[in-house]
Every structure is written in structure tokens, then in C-alpha cells.
Design a protein around this ligand. Structure first.
Ligand SMILES: NC(=O)C1=CN([C@@H]2O[C@H](COP(=O)(O)OP(=O)(O)OC[C@H]3O[C@@H](n4cnc5c(N)ncnc54)[C@H](O)[C@@H]3O)[C@@H](O)[C@H]2O)C=CC1
Ligand SMILES: O=C(O)C(=O)Cc1ccc(O)cc1
Length: 302
């Protein structure tokens, strides 16, 4: 049996539109409604027939949904929830896809007292944004971390988990705070580093920007892809996951200083040892089949 019959997607960008396409592909009998604050996004969603009904308000989109998924920047979650609170059916489950969880659980719980809230984070995405950037296979073989509020009924957690499994994801349950520490080091800090290094390279006065583009080797190119990610989304992630990010950044700075000293004092063995250890991390990611670079990664119906 399908976990839900009527799904409302609020925020029709990369992730919202990927969820919509995934539902159409794997659960075609589900009725889909959608809403986005941006009228142009709503217009595009209608033009490409993304969902069955694009509503002009959040309340109208959720009015008869049994699952409501918020797919907006994490800083916008609480305000959006307050917009539709009066129209939310009593039996509906509310979820989201935000990249950090503790602040989102708090914001949704405050805006929707008494509602069943089961937040989730599909650990899958790209540097692109908007309703035309999404694709159904985005979540295939990727993790989706479900972080239920302490009082969420087990049956609701299981229905949300089954929804993500049907979109192709592998589901893991985690405490929101633990999620935020793990993702601070595996996702948030890497984005901060990418934003920094691309900024540093483009500010160098003795290197012209055309040289940076012309001679960018693979490593720098990978950073520019990540540094092209949506500024609103990432501003919100860093503000919302401040404590965990600052803690990981502190550890990173210490480790970077150690490498800096090793270079200064010609400690080749130390550099070699560190690089050997990190190479092993890459190999175990590939062995676990979690590598974006595998040939079929999400492009089949892009
Ligand atoms: N981009 C990525 O790779 C991933 C993003 N996420 C999370 O998914 C969420 C959405 O991100 P994307 O889809 O990438 O962003 P996006 O920028 O492609 O789409 C966000 C959409 O939300 C709309 N929006 C913003 N504020 C709103 C509001 N108050 N009410 C209604 N609509 C509103 C925007 O108009 C936009 O169309 C974020 O919380 C992000 O942290 C999770 C996994 C991966
Ligand atoms: O494009 C990339 O490399 C990503 O890392 C995508 C991504 C961005 C944010 C998330 O919360 C999860 C995945």
C-alpha cells in the first residue's frame, strides 16, 4: 500500500521538483499539489505540468493533503508553516527536506503545535536551483536521514520512511543534533571551503580572472561547481547550523595549521602519511557505492 494518497509540496525548486517528479515516476496514483512563494516559479510549474494543482497560497495547497513536505530554504520553514497552520488537516503528517534539522524541528514544532512532524533530509542534490533543475532519479541509492520529533508516532515515521524508499533512497533514523554535527563536517564545511577558495582565487590581484578560468585544474573546477550552489540556501544553512559548523571549522583550522607547519619545515613524511590516510577514505566511499561520479548518477531522466 502507498504510504500517502495526497501529497503537498511547498517550494518547487530543485528538491521540491525532484520530489514531484519522483512521485510521478514511482507513485503515479498519488495526487500532487504544490505551492511556491515566487509567482514565476508557480507559472513555470504549471507550464511544465510539475504537479496536478499549483495553488496560489500555501493554505490552499495543504487543504486536503495527508503529507505536506516543505522544500524551502531552512530559514523560511517556520514562516511558511505559520502560513498554512490553520488549513492543515488534523491527520496530515508534516515533513521537510532541509539540510540541517535541529533548527527546523524547533521552528516547525513552534509554528504547528499538535501537528505530527517527521523531518527528513535527502542527502542528495546538485549546485542547480529552480523547478526545471529537478529530476526523478536524484534520490536513487542516496541516503535520506529521517529525524523525527521525540513525540512523533512510530507509524508516522515509518510512513515517511517508506515514502523516501519509494523515491529510491535508503533511509536512516537519527537525532536532529547528531545529524547536524555529521552534516556540518561532510557537507556544510566542504561548501564553506569551496566558497572560500573560489573567492580567494578570484581576488588574487597578480592572477587575472581569465587565467584562473583558463588554467583551472580538476580540483579547482570541482570547487567552482560547489561554490555555484544557491546563496540563499547556504546562507540559511550556516546561520541555522552555526554551533556545529563553527566547531568543525575550529578543528579544520587546527589540522590545516599542522599541514602548514609540515610544509614550512619540510616534513614530507607527515604530508605523505596524511594524504595516504585520506586516499583510503575516498576508496571506502567508492566501495560503498556512494560516489556521485558513477556513470548513472541521476542523469537518466534529467
Ligand atoms: N540543493 C541541494 O542540493 C539540496 C537542498 N536541500 C534542502 O532543500 C531545501 C530546498 O532547496 P532547493 O530546492 O535546492 O532550493 P531552490 O532554490 O531550488 O528552491 C527553493 C524554492 O523555495 C521557494 N521559497 C522560498 N521561500 C519560500 C516561502 N517562504 N514559501 C514558499 N516558497 C518559498 C523559492 O521560491 C524556490 O522556488 C533547502 O532547505 C535545502 O537546504 C536538501 C538536499 C540537497
Ligand atoms: O552538489 C553537491 O555536491 C551537494 O553536496 C549537494 C547537496 C547539498 C546540500 C545537501 O543538504 C545535500 C546535498
Amino acid at each position: 500500500m502507498l504510504p500517502f494518497a495526497r501529497v503537498a509540496i511547498l517550494g518547487l525548486g530543485l528538491i521540491g521538483s525532484s520530489v514531484a517528479r519522483g512521485v510521478r515516476a514511482s507513485m503515479p496514483s498519488v495526487a500532487l499539489s504544490g505551492y511556491d512563494a515566487d509567482p514565476q516559479v508557480r507559472e513555470t510549474a504549471r507550464a511544465i505540468d510539475l504537479v496536478d494543482d499549483v495553488a496560489d497560497t500555501a493554505g490552499a495547497a495543504v487543504i486536503d493533503a495527508d503529507l505536506v513536505i516543505l522544500c524551502v530554504p531552512v530559514g523560511a520553514m517556520g514562516g511558511l508553516a505559520a502560513e498554512f497552520a490553520d488549513d492543515l488537516p488534523a491527520e496530515a503528517i508534516v515533513s521537510d527536506v532541509g539540510s540541517c534539522k535541529a533548527s527546523v524541528v524547533e521552528a516547525l514544532t513552534a509554528a504547528l503545535p499538535g501537528a505530527t512532524i517527521v523531518p527528513a533530509h535527502p542527502v542528495a542534490g546538485t549546485e542547480n536551483s529552480g523547478p526545471e533543475a529537478g529530476f526523478a532519479a536524484l534520490f536513487h541509492k542516496r541516503w535520506c536521514i529521517v529525524t523525527p520529533a521525540p513525540d512523533a508516532p512510530q507509524v508516522a515515521v515509518e510512513r515517511v520512511s517508506e515514502f523516501w524508499r519509494r523515491l529510491g533512497a535508503d533511509v536512516e533514523i537519527m537525532e536532529p543534533e547528531h545529524h547536524d554535527r555529521v552534516l556540518a563536517v561532510t557537507s556544510h564545511l566542504p561548501h564553506l571551503i569551496a566558497y572560500t577558495i573560489v573567492g580567494t582565487a578570484s581576488d588574487l590581484e597578480e592572477v587575472t580572472s581569465s587565467e584562473v578560468i583558463k588554467y583551472s585544474a580538476g580540483g579547482f573546477r570541482d570547487f567552482t561547481r560547489i561554490a555555484a550552489s544557491d546563496p540563499t540556501m547556504w546562507r540559511d544553512v550556516f546561520l541555522a547550523n552555526k554551533d556545529a559548523v563553527l566547531d568543525m571549522l575550529q578543528r579544520f583550522s587546527e589540522d590545516l595549521s599542522e599541514l602548514q607547519r609540515a610544509i614550512r619545515w619540510g616534513k614530507g613524511d607527515q604530508l605523505f602519511e596524511t594524504f595516504t590516510r585520506t586516499r583510503a577514505v575516498r576508496r571506502s566511499i567508492i566501495e560503498q557505492g556512494q560516489d556521485d561520479a558513477r556513470p548513472d548518477f541521476g542523469r537518466s531522466d534529467h
